[in-house]
Design a protein around this ligand. Structure first.
Ligand code: AHG
Ligand code: MN
Ligand code: MN
Length: 321
């Protein structure tokens, strides 16, 4: 068995970055323990506050955010933090070489129904030319990420991680609070027969996206000549994990007729880390014509359309636009 620390060393991860990843892993083991106990740990239900995006915060959103924040602020290599649950950038340590952004708890609507939830994180190099607490620290395209990953709190707790090389999968041993390597290299097959989208938003999509999904539904009787199945978790971590494990296409497209016209998912701490994991597993991740990783950020909590997964299927989607 190869544990996370050993794999980071074998991958020649810079020591400070490796310690940062190990810290995130250790906090996630603590979050996982609370998730596992659920109501018995008093972590279910609403916190009664709203975040900057006007979403009602669940207790676990706040608990996970506070745990990650406290742990990362203690690391000298971390210069600044950004989180879905923080309105602004949080300054950390002036000399730090890295900045970290995270979605502390993804899939909040699944918390109270004992469904799949997760944590998403990304690490960038700190920028010397701007202040520690400036949103400009995070105004870097996703290609600049030095590390990205997620933890999935499912029947087992798993972490998908890339430090620039292959996307790898680790599984938590709760008794040890440590992750072991369980899949050395994730590879997404280019072709697929499964899609993930919230069909309730159908009327809000562009005509081209509506036609693409209609073709998938028509299956072997339509233009595609093969049947597709559909799955939707309501948690990006769970839906993208399925795509990484067995191929497929995940879409949270632009909602052309609603106020969330750029879709729902946030570029910095949802779209970009998932895009890096998917690309490093051989898949594709796009907003439309452009790769997610090439989008120039405009604001900290910016939303973008997300289409990712099996390479040939994502290219087919792009050709239909
Ligand atoms: P979060 O819980 O961090 O706010 O993210 C929820 C996101 C994402 O996980 C998922 O793909 C999407 O919301 C689900 O949206 P629907 O409510 O449209 O199913
Ligand atoms: Mn999320
Ligand atoms: Mn969240």
């Amino acid at each position: 068995m190869i544990d996370l620390a050993r794999q980071l060393t074998d991958d020649n991860t810079p020591a400070e970055l490796g310690q940062l990843v190990l810290k995130l892993a250790s906090v996630s083991a603590d979050i996982s323990a609370k998730v596992r106990l659920g109501a018995l740990a008093g972590v279910l239900g609403s916190a009664g506050e709203q975040n900057v995006q006007g979403e009602t915060q669940k207790k676990l959103d706040v608990i996970a955010n506070d745990m990650l924040k406290e742990a990362l602020l203690s690391l000298p290599q971390v210069r600044a933090l950004a989180s879905e649950e923080e309105d602004n950038v949080v300054a950390a340590n002036h000399g730090g070489a890295y900045i970290v952004a995270f979605d502390p708890l993804d899939g909040s609507s699944n918390i109270d129904i004992n469904g799949q939830i997760g944590t998403i994180f990304t690490v960038y190099p700190a920028r010397d030319e701007v202040a520690c607490d400036s949103a400009e620290q995070f105004a870097q395209p996703g290609r600049q990420q030095v590390c990205a990953g997620y933890m999935l709190y499912g029947p087992s707790t798993q972490m998908a991680l890339t430090t620039g090389g292959p996307s790898r999968l680790f599984t938590l041993v709760p008794e040890q609070g440590a992750y072991q390597l369980t899949q050395n290299e994730l590879n997404i097959a280019p072709e697929c027969q499964e899609f993930a989208i919230n069909m309730a938003n159908q009327r809000h999509w562009s005509p081209a996206t509506q036609a693409y999904i209609a073709d998938l539904q028509a299956g072997s009787t339509g233009a595609r000549g093969k049947d597709f199945n559909m799955r939707w978790n309501g948690a990006m971590v769970g839906d993208v994990h399925r795509v990484l494990m067995r191929g497929g296409i995940f879409l949270y497209p632009a909602n052309t007729q609603s106020k969330t016209h750029n879709g729902k998912l946030r570029l910095l701490y949802e779209a970009n880390p998932m895009a890096l994991l998917v690309e490093n597993a051989g898949g594709k991740a796009v907003v439309g014509a452009q790769a997610i990783l090439d989008v120039a950020p405009e604001s900290l909590h910016q939303r973008v359309p997300v289409i990712l997964g099996s390479g040939a299927e994502v290219e087919y989607f792009q050709a239909q636009q």
